[in-house]
Design a protein around this ligand. Structure first.
Ligand SMILES: Nc1ncnc2c1ncn2[C@@H]1O[C@H](COP(=O)(O)OP(=O)(O)O)[C@@H](O)[C@H]1O
Ligand SMILES: [Mg+2]
Length: 314
């Protein structure tokens, strides 16, 4: 039923708890989005699940194998596209693929056949003879992805596959991930782009090593439904932010570009109250309306709640 089952995974680096008692279950063929800010513990979690890094405590089963007892078998059934995946600059697209294919596939003919198939599947035909160093950023990512699946793994770990590439390439990359999921491959994808969360079947949000949310994007958004969110435009924005932050009736407020997202108990009652407070401080409220929470609103909110809880513990 589950392809990945992690139970209490913990990794400490000295005093730092990089991953803290993390448990999760992922079904076959799912796209699992693993989100969190930089330093949250995403890469460390992936490296443990891939059998590359031994946890301090806890365990996981990945594709029927224990990461503690059978890490070599785990490596056979997974593909891993690391955050800084290494392509050989001086090799062509095809040569890079053959190199990775031959690491796993001992049979040369099978490796060649598999490479040809993958070149077709990922539309790399026009670039086959190009040196990797001459590829655009998006194509380098596409080639890295192809290298990571050339041995036909059943589970694919991707560590920030869309980081630093342009929006069009990001979309192409996601199209390819859907195609892989369509073939029954389970995908574990990390990203810090919140809007990519919506593309996943399930998302986990990790914050300072702890998994603070794990559900479908829809249900995660509903966790904020007990509160309302307002979208405000006010001038000057920073001053409006400072004032709202100090009001006891405001649950949370965050700046997004030239807008504020304000979490309140109830929108209709809050708007006139906010308007009055801002105007009495000489701030112009240009616009105020209730909005649906975005995934990012929820995560920011969850992170703050978690931060407050910890503040109280200490
Ligand atoms: N090999 C290591 N030695 C010491 N600290 C590490 C090591 N790897 C990661 N860390 C620390 O663990 C935390 C989580 O890192 P990482 O898993 O890379 O986060 P993310 O991928 O979410 O950005 C960070 O504070 C990072 O500095
Ligand atoms: Mg990382």
């Amino acid at each position: 039923m589950y392809t990945i089952e992690a139970d209490g995974l913990t990794k400490k680096f000295g005093d730092l708890v990089a991953v803290n008692n993390l448990s999760l279950r992922i079904k076959k063929g799912e796209i699992y989005g693993f989100l969190g800010p930089n330093g949250a513990g995403k890469s460390t979690t992936i490296r443990m699940l891939c059998g590359l890094l031994r946890p301090t405590s806890g365990s996981a089963i990945v594709g029927d194998f224990s990461i503690l007892e059978e890490p070599e078998k785990v490596k056979q059934v997974i593909g891993y596209m690391a955050q800084r995946f290494v392509l050989y600059d001086d090799l062509t697209v095809e040569e890079n693929l053959r190199f990775y294919a031959q690491i796993y596939l001992k049979d040369y003919k099978q490796a060649v056949r598999q490479v040809a198939e993958m070149i077709d599947f990922f539309d790399l035909q026009p670039y086959r003879k190009m040196l990797a160093r001459n590829l655009s950023g998006g194509l380098k990512q596409r080639l890295s992805l192809t290298c990571a699946v050339v041995h036909q793994p059943s589970i694919l770990f991707l560590d920030e596959p869309t980081a630093g590439i342009d929006p069009v390439s990001r979309r192409v990359m996601w199209d390819m991930l859907y195609q892989l999921a369509g073939k029954g491959i389970t995908l574990f994808v990390t990203t810090h782009y919140m809007e990519e969360a919506e593309r996943c079947n399930t998302i986990g949000f990790i914050w300072q090593g702890k998994l603070v949310a794990n559900d479908t994007p829809q249900r995660i958004k509903e966790t904020l439904i007990e509160h309302d969110i307002l979208n405000l435009k006010a001038t000057p924005l920073q001053q409006a932010f400072d004032i709202l932050k100090g009001l006891p009736s405001i649950i949370d407020v965050n700046i997004y570009g030239d807008e504020l997202h304000v979490v309140v108990q109830e929108a209709t009652a809050a708007i006139p109250h906010i308007k009055k407070e801002l105007e009495s401080n000489g701030i112009l409220l240009e616009e105020a309306f209730q909005m649906k929470p975005t995934i990012e609103d929820v995560f920011v909110h969850l992170s703050k709640e978690e931060g407050e809880k910890r503040g109280e513990d200490e």
